[in-house]
Ligand binder design. Structure first.
Ligand SMILES: [Fe+2]
Length: 609
């Protein structure tokens, strides 16, 4: 403890009428209090030991006084303003209460401001009651701001069914009522700015983005960005692996003129052997292009046909940049045999289109915004006592914050899209709306999505392999956790909070997505597990990219469950992820281009960037 902190504490102790100092050491402070007034029905005096943990960051502590209440099954005791959570890892208080409280249900707290209010990050509070009662744990893990009373329920996860005496009923209802005022599904339109002074002007300027030797991937891209093999590889294992699909017929938009009979024969041959693939950017067709600094921009809506070779390489066969239009000559087709610069420009247009769909559809919509929908629905529908709330909450950390930044700086009026992207100034909003209308439940679940896109048995789809393995690990974790709290399908069906949560995601958040396969109710444990696995995968693997997060998947330190069962299941999940991480590391060591995006240690625990 610093000398400043010591003097602050001594100052506090000296003016507090009931406090006497007991002991304090470097990281822990212990204080003993005697309850100033006897309780309404004087009984046996009981001694309670209260431990309070504050966050680790520099500004996590507060010099404001905090009032505490203990609420037990037999009564409630106001302990007064006995806590000053200065930046110390753990404070220990001892209080004597002249009222038998019984089993503790809640701890209530209220931060009082003096002249200035300082926020406080409270991690948890633990209370050891008199007699043989064990220590009760009250998780918090949030900032305490303002001077409202905050109720922390004891950390054992409970569904409505697990509380037959309705001891927590009122608390659950009040908590959700408050949260529904704060979390609402509504657009936030804010304005932002961009520094344009460091823009890329020449091809060589990209060296600044990909400095030599930074990563094996950067080096490879730098050396072979013009190669057809890398162009094809990006559809399998690049930043946007969501567009490629195996062809089941020649696309109707591909109009082949009579002089391209050879190409038609080749395409049909690949189609028959099941090695023909396509990347169709039709979603971009008709999107209004931007005007940047008085300069008209253009948006292509290409189709790329590719063949999968026996060695696993995916090579482009033909590129069509725009779909055919009535009354116009058929669009030009570009071939690998064309003059090198013409072919390179055609591939560059495809990359430009892929950038639009990658950022808007795969990253912003399917990652950030869907994570937000799940997060807001969870806050509005599941109280903090609910086991599924406790399971999901670590996967929502900082998601709201990063999304507010994305709205204010990226897609807002005068945001980055408006200033420098060819689909900015409205086209990007159009793309987001079109993409939203096509969101299917199956596309969020890799086993279904990869099957639908014909990628399950493509060995060179490292994204596909790793996504399936990660999905499997998450799904086993979720199944073990769900089986601790739901002993039958009936228990799932009879949980009103869980059903309201599912409806909120599908009907409200995703605007009627039951038409696209999202469930509107949960009828069985299997269905619940699948839905939760989708939620966790969406907030982690779906969003994972080159961003390296601060907290890797499953490695959160917060402990929302005070019961040992869930803690053991989380530990097993962490062990399975560590084994998967090792397997991928070994696999990557034998590859020219290691695929790192879905390595568990590289996958963030939530959407944070
Ligand atoms: Fe992101």
């Amino acid at each position: 403890m610093t000398s400043t902190a010591t003097s602050e504490l001594l100052q506090f102790i000296s003016f507090h009428p009931i406090g006497i100092i007991f002991a304090f050491a470097n990281a822990k402070i212990s204080i003993v209090f005697r309850s100033p007034t006897p309780g309404p029905s004087p009984g046996k005096m009981g001694k309670y030991r209260i431990r309070v943990a504050t966050g680790d960051s520099l500004l996590a502590g507060s010099s404001n006084l905090v009032q505490l209440w203990l609420v037990g099954e037999h009564g409630e005791k106001d302990l007064g303003k006995i806590l000053r959570p200065i930046r110390t890892r753990e404070v220990q208080l001892e209080v004597e209460v002249s009222l038998y409280l019984g089993r503790l249900l809640l701890v209530k707290l209220r931060k009082h401001k003096s002249l200035v209010g300082f926020d406080w990050f409270c991690k948890w509070i633990a209370v050891q009651g008199p007699g043989t009662q064990g220590e009760a744990f009250f998780p918090c893990y949030r900032w305490v701001q303002g001077n409202e009373i905050i109720c922390l329920p004891e950390g054992t996860a409970r569904t409505v069914r697990d509380d037959p005496q309705n001891q927590f009923k009122k608390h659950r209802e009040q908590e959700l009522e408050e949260r529904r005022k704060v979390y609402r599904l509504k657009d936030l339109a804010l304005k932002g700015t961009l520094d344009l002074t460091n823009s890329v002007r020449r091809l060589e300027d990209f060296s600044k983005v990909f400095p030599r030797g930074k990563t094996p991937l950067a080096e490879q891209v730098r050396n072979s960005w013009k190669d057809d093999a890398l162009f094809g590889y990006q559809f399998l294992n690049g930043a946007n692996p969501m567009l490629l699909r195996r062809s089941t017929s020649l696309p109707s938009r591909l109009v082949l003129p009579p002089e391209m009979e050879d190409l038609k024969t080749q395409l049909e041959k690949e189609l028959q052997t099941g090695s023909l693939f396509e990347a169709d950017f039709s979603l971009l067709d008709g999107v209004k292009p931007n005007v940047i600094i008085f300069k008209q921009q253009y948006v292509a809506a290409p189709l790329v046909m590719l063949k999968l070779q026996p060695d696993g390489r995916l090579l482009p066969m033909v590129i069509q940049l725009q779909p055919p239009r009535n009354g116009c000559p058929p669009p030009v087709l570009f071939l690998p045999s064309d003059p090198p610069m013409a072919w390179l420009l055609a591939k560059t247009w495809v990359r430009s289109s892929d950038f639009q769909l990658h950022q808007l559809q795969s990253h912003l919509l399917r990652g950030h915004l869907i994570a937000e929908v799940i997060s807001v629905a969870t806050m509005r529908s599941l109280p903090s006592l609910h086991p599924i709330y406790k399971l999901l909450i670590p996967h929502f950390r900082y998601t709201m914050e990063i999304n507010v930044l994305a709205r204010s700086n990226l897609v807002s009026e005068w945001g980055i899209f408006d200033l420098v992207v060819s689909t900015g100034s409205g086209g990007h909003v159009d793309i987001l709306q079109r993409a939203t209308a096509g969101l299917t439940y199956r596309s969020f679940c890799p086993p279904d999505d990869l099957a639908d896109r014909g990628l399950l048995d493509v060995k060179s789809s490292l994204y596909g392999q790793d996504a399936l393995r990660l999905w499997g690990a998450i799904s086993r974790y979720v199944e073990k956790m769900v089986s601790l709290f739901y002993k039958s399908d009936g228990a799932v069906k009879d949980d009103p909070e869980l059903q309201a949560w599912c409806r909120e995601i599908t009907e409200t958040g995703l605007q009627g997505a039951q038409d696209r396969g999202f469930p509107i109710s949960l009828e069985s444990r299997a269905q619940l597990c699948h839905f939760i696995t989708m939620c966790i995968f969406t907030c982690t693997g779906q969003h994972a990219s080159t961003h390296h997060g601060q907290v890797a998947l499953g490695q959160h330190k917060e402990n929302y469950f005070s019961d040992p069962g869930p803690q053991a299941v989380l530990k097993q999940f962490q062990e399975e992820l560590a084994a998967l991480d090792k397997e991928i590391e070994v696999r990557n060591a034998g590859l020219d281009l290691p695929y790192e995006y879905l390595r568990p240690s590289m996958v963030e625990n939530s959407v944070t960037i």
